[in-house]
Design a protein around this ligand. Structure first.
Ligand SMILES: Nc1ncnc2c1ncn2[C@@H]1O[C@H](COP(=O)(O)OP(=O)(O)OP(=O)(O)O)[C@@H](O)[C@H]1O
Length: 295
């Protein structure tokens, strides 16, 4: 499901001494089926923009089109239910929102709220638990007896149980150890393909952008300052520094190697790309820069 912003402004607490303009003239498209990363320095407006994706916030001016729904400043809150079913948002530390006595009931809560029978919702819960890589024998357990990583997966299963078309992830790996982070990111990549999802990822992790996203939106001070494929975004290191953003580790390492005489064109974004480039270049550099040959 595609999402389009046209001339969107958003101001918190307008007309009060606390008035803050958080979004200015946002024009962007999140393509259907894309894995879109939303990046930007802290306070640049990512969370505010994210809350427009299911009309938790409505624009102060401009329009947000989500699938076939057009949200304007005057859209009523009344009939947003189906929209919220289509756009599932996993907020930061989603495990803090678990509340039911059992894992099954927690995952089934959303579908029941949207009209599914208890039996159907529990069936969906069992399916979703497997989908997020947890064992079915956890269904009867209290969510509060699980590990942090398991709790987070249960919370994500609760969002997936609504069968959204768009999955929005707000720093979903915050607080996880490196292995947990990798597993979580791999899980989203798998879910995206299996469930045919459009994914929107808000992150400060440039490695995740390089490894998973195919479309990037960069924000700065409430404005979109660049959009494009990851390679396009990461090709100008100085521009990233100017916008208080970093490079993926692999690209930063390749830059250091360039200072020592290696060449990369295009710059590698992932470890696999870097490894392939090095295999081609290392024999030459190791023998004084002469062109490698196969004899
Ligand atoms: N509830 C609110 N009331 C008033 N101002 C707010 C509110 N929430 C955010 N803001 C302001 O809006 C601007 C954008 O904040 P936002 O949280 O969208 O940025 P962000 O890019 O998500 O930041 P971070 O990376 O730190 O999460 C900031 O100036 C922030 O202080």
């Amino acid at each position: 499901m595609a999402i389009e912003f046209k001339q969107v402004d958003f101001t918190y607490q307008p007309g009060t001494p606390f008035e803050t303009k958080a979004l200015t003239d946002i024009n962007l498209t999140i393509p259907d089926g894309s894995y879109t990363a939303l990046i930007g320095h802290t306070g640049s407006g990512k969370s505010t923009l994210l809350q427009h994706l299911d009309a938790l916030l409505k624009p102060t001016s401009g329009t947000v089109t989500i699938g076939d729904r057009v949200i304007t400043p005057t859209t009523s809150n009344k009939d947003l239910k189906s929209l919220r079913q289509h756009v599932g948002i996993v907020f930061q530390f989603p495990e803090s929102q678990l509340f039911e006595e059992t894992v099954a009931k927690d995952i089934a809560f959303g579908p029941q709220n949207f009209g599914a029978s208890e039996a159907d919702a529990l069936k969906t819960a069992a399916k979703m638990l497997t989908l997020v890589g947890l064992d079915a024998n956890l269904l009867g357990r209290s969510p509060f007896d699980l590990s942090g990583g398991q709790m987070r997966r249960v919370a994500i299963a609760g969002v997936l149980a609504m069968q959204p078309k768009v999955l929005v992830l707000d720093e979903p790996t915050a607080g996880l150890d490196p292995q947990g982070r990798l597993e979580m990111m791999e899980m989203f990549a798998k879910l995206r393909h299996e469930q045919n999802l459009t994914v929107v990822l808000v992150t400060h992790q440039m490695d995740d952008v390089a490894n998973y996203a195919d479309h990037v939106i960069v924000m700065d001070q409430g404005r979109v300052v660049k959009t494009g494929a990851p390679r396009e975004i990461f090709k100008d290191p100085q521009w990233l520094v100017d916008h208080q953003l970093g490079l993926p580790k692999t690209t930063a390492f390749a830059q250091q190697l360039m200072a020592k005489g290696l060449t990369f064109d295009p710059m590698p974004l992932t470890e696999d790309e870097l490894a392939a480039d090095l295999v081609q270049q290392l024999p030459a550099s190791a023998f004084g820069g002469a062109q490698a040959n196969d004899d």
